[in-house]
Ligand binder design. Sequence first.
Ligand code: FRU
Length: 475
Amino acid sequence: MNALTRDLVKLVETAEQSQKTREELSVSDRKFREKLHLMPPVGWLNDPNGLCQFQGIYHAFFQYSPFNAEGGVKMWGHYTSKDMIKWEYQGTALYPDQPFDCHGVYSGSAFIEDGKMYLYYTGNVKLDGEYDYIRTGREGNTVLVITEDGKTFGKKKELMRNSDYPDDLTCHVRDPKVWKENGTYYMVQGARTNEDVGQVLVFESEDKVNWKFRNRVESEKPFGYMWECPDYFKIGDKKLLSTSVQGLEGGIWEDRNVYQSGYFEIEGDILGEYKLSEYHLWDYGFDYYAPQSFETEDGRRIHISWMGMPDCEEYSNPTIQTGWQHCFTFPREIFEKDGKICQRPIRELEEKKHLVSDVKGMLVREGYPVYEMTISDITKNRFKVILSEKLILDYADGKFRMHFTDQDKTSVSSGRSMRYVEVEEVENLKILADTSSVEVFVNDGEYVFSTRYYPEVYKLQAEAVGAQITLSEIM
Ligand code: FRU
């Protein structure tokens, strides 16, 4: 441990301790803390990193800036869990303490083999000087760290620098995700070309340490200027390339978030000839970016995302005033239904549910901050849900809509307005609500909408003629 690491360890602990004390002393400073959703002990959280199940235990690392709730130099915070519901904080795993990662231990992934966890990440460096930090002045180094017990992390090893990437790229290359197929290791990274086109780079390796560039994946026509946090996996026979895209403008994108997270289905081979499908959004809500997947030991594909949005001026999060910001989405299982890729909350949640109501047509309840509500057998799109008097889920003009009645930054929405998807028929809804977040699964999770919200009262009203409505409290 060098002198910088030693000081950072102390400073992070001090910041976390002072937030703890602050929240013990003040109810209003802790009122929007999440119960089910992973959030930072103090300060800022963004992307999930290094998600894995290792020796039976789930690990979730996160982009962490403990000293500033509005973001700062990134490190990897670390949580572990036995069930992906109750998470225990393990402290900071990786600090920005080397010349090749001194301005941020950026996003990356975990690969498990031979009883070891291999963590690959991007070491971010911003040089001092007159640079645009796109074409000049920035390093995106690929770094490896190994742990044998999931607690102590070995020496960082720099594997690749910008000069090892294709030379028609800007300095923006990052977010390695690694997997193994037919005895060979593969890595995808997100990139921005000199022509401002987003791409995914594919590298391969025989030993997990020495990597060589193999291919690049891009859409036929340019689609955004940067593809971040790529991920590649199979669901049934489908091959999915997931990526978070910056720079989509005009048309349908005008009604959506500043940046998008979605996937392409791949026909062919990402190592050779391939064709990308249209881009499907993982989530249509306000707060969703940079998801990452991993496979559990029992073979499920789990997806967790940052429930937040960067560079977004129109809405905000009042928790900044209480010392923290952002959380993850609740872990979701990805599955295929009738040829469609769908998502649902992990099945571990079932054990935590306690049925409160099971009624037909209408339900009104108050005083449940953490719950799951389902509405099934909806007919003719006749339903309306109102949460905390201000957040509405309904159907109009061929669209399922999630919208807030009030866009004031001091209201429940904190400035959020409307998100929608065009869909012919809404058959069922599942709503997973936590203290300050709502995730809505439409038609068995064919479409998902995630948003933060900041209620003063926890009231829910649901109306759906002839439909079955259940409410379960989550304890
Ligand atoms: C996505 C992202 C990644 C990067 C990280 C830095 O939100 O921009 O591309 O590695 O966040 O925190």
